[in-house]
Write a protein that binds this ligand. Structure first.
Ligand code: CA
Length: 381
């Protein structure tokens, strides 16, 4: 089997109601998708994660101009070989960010192809499923005004609970006092309900504020505190972990085995969150899992992309071992973004759904999903 063609699809959709996370206002949802075609007639799909403020054209250009010539004519089953070829060729201007996201998209498409070639879901190729269903957590609580929205966020918490979520991640990082007021309102609204919360500041604060917030939230028994400081501040992360009682999580802005070597080696996190659309794809995800295992750290992927990214995350989560084995271990959970995304659900013919509080890992070949091409045309940038 040989790769005969590679197509990049940049999709965009403006949001009727822009929303803010701590780093800025999100005014559109976008995706950089890649389609890899072979002489066997098989097609593989992958996605480069476009961060909330990241123009999707950057990864698209890296795929088109830097990576496509490296994989055309190659055997798509050579996933590891091609990953190293792409990484080495872009080292001097890549290693992180959008270039590694571009590698991630192609790598994911190659794994999708490998699964279709063998007639197996990707999790089988990764060594099998530790779990067939994954508990999703609701990511939400974005701001539409900025500050002073505690009452609205408390109502949102009840909506997530009514929709079946018992795990919820609250976006914070809009000022420590405002954060604390919002958490108080949410905690009060959920009182007596079997809900566990996480928080995520998207690295809004320096160490002093991050610690102040963490101490103020000690009473909520958080499942984790995500991105308390900037990804460059490895010793700041380690300090959070030493001084705070809740588990510390992060890694969506870290990349490849090499980035995670430093991140895990410095003792930054209890839970590592590579995004398969930007860490280097499923191949890099495998490297990172091995490294995390050696450090006793649970890998719980971050996912905020389209349905392709969600399917890749589900395939990967199925195959992630727990960090600490026991009868009742801490299992990885699926990030289930509840913010507006006009084409995520429509992009595949059978949208991923939560049933009885769990999401099934797709069992069809490859990613186990089928792309609806009419949606590509409708949202093409
Ligand atoms: Ca996050």
């Amino acid at each position: 089997m040989k790769i005969t063609q590679l197509k990049v699809h940049v999709l965009k959709s403006p949001l009727a109601e822009p929303f803010a996370f701590s780093q800025g206002w999100v005014r559109q949802r976008s995706a950089t998708l890649v389609e890899v075609l072979t002489d066997d007639g098989l097609i593989g799909w992958g996605e480069a994660f476009a961060q909330g403020l990241e123009p999707p054209e950057i990864a698209a250009a890296a795929i088109e101009h830097a990576l496509k010539p490296l994989v055309l004519g190659a055997d798509p089953l050579d996933t590891e070989v091609l990953w190293h070829r792409m990484y080495h060729a872009t080292r001097d201007y890549g290693r992180k960010g959008s270039v590694v996201a571009a590698i991630s998209a192609i790598d994911t498409a190659l794994w999708d192809l490998a699964g279709k070639h063998h007639g197996l879901p990707i999790h089988k190729l990764l060594g099998g499923a530790f779990r067939a269903r994954v508990q999703p957590y609701a990511t939400g609580f974005y701001r539409i005004r900025g500050q002073g929205e505690a009452a609205r966020l408390a109502e949102e918490a009840l909506r997530h609970f009514d929709a079946g979520f018992t795990l919820m991640k609250v976006k914070l990082g809009y000022g420590v006092d405002d954060d604390i007021a919002c958490m108080h309102a949410i905690g009060t609204a959920l009182q007596g309900k079997p809900v566990r919360l996480m928080v995520d500041t998207n690295h809004a604060y320096g160490r002093a504020e991050a610690l102040r917030l963490g101490r103020a939230l000690a009473e909520y028994d958080l499942r984790w505190y995500e991105e308390p400081v900037v990804p460059e501040d490895l010793s700041g992360y380690a300090e959070m972990r030493r001084q705070l009682t809740m588990p510390i999580a992060g890694g969506e802005n870290e990349h490849t085995l090499f980035g995670f070597r430093d991140f895990l080696g410095a003792g930054c996190v209890d839970i590592a969150q590579p995004d398969l659309g930007s860490c280097g794809g499923l191949s890099a995800g495998r490297h990172i899992v091995a490294l995390a295992q050696a450090h006793g750290v649970l890998v719980n992927p971050h996912v905020w992309g389209s349905a392709i990214a969600q399917a890749a995350a589900l395939q990967f989560i199925a195959a992630v071992p727990v960090a600490h084995h026991s009868l009742f271990p801490l299992e990885p959970v699926l990030e289930y973004d509840r913010s507006s995304h006009p084409f995520r659900q429509q992009l595949i013919t059978q949208p991923l759904q939560m049933v009885n509080g769990l999401v099934e890992v797709p069992t069809g070949p490859g990613l186990g999903v089928e792309v609806d091409r009419s949606v590509l045309e409708a949202f093409r940038a």
